[in-house]
Design a protein. Sequence first.
Length: 183
Amino acid sequence: MKALQVEGCVIVSADGMLADAHGDMPASLKFEGDQRWFQSALDRADIIVHGRNSFEDQPNSAERKRIILSHSVAALAPDPDNPKATLWNPQGASFEEACARAGVTSGIAAIIGGPVVFKMFLERYDRFWLSVASQLYLHDGMSAFGNAGELPQQSLAAHGLVLAQTRPLDPEHGVSLTEWRRA
């Protein structure tokens, strides 16, 4: 087992969208069962990784170490707005360097988006937790991996992840959680 496990976490609509056409996660994509699961997944993580426009908005958010992708720095820098965050430009430093700068070299790195960030890690995921709201469609929204016309399940399978299990999170609203693992 490698020192740092990379796990993705996202909820998408039935048509694979994680946000509306404006890039905002609509309230219609937030479900209590998924929110509880998401919070517990982040509580298990040693570091959170996301883009500048993504955030977790959870009760323990301020306590978590994080890496925020940003082109405003050459390589790595402390986030002036968050003492627990490291700004990372992937053009100037490796993911391992960013993790080391943040003080995390083992455990779980939870990748929480957006599409550019999710796509960037497709070859590195050890596990990907995909929640699907099967009764909700966000036509013309933003797809999880930025691949128009491709469902997240197709992207994960195309990059060597296999479906390990599916379980209900909110049966009343058709929300299920699928676990994808590196083959």
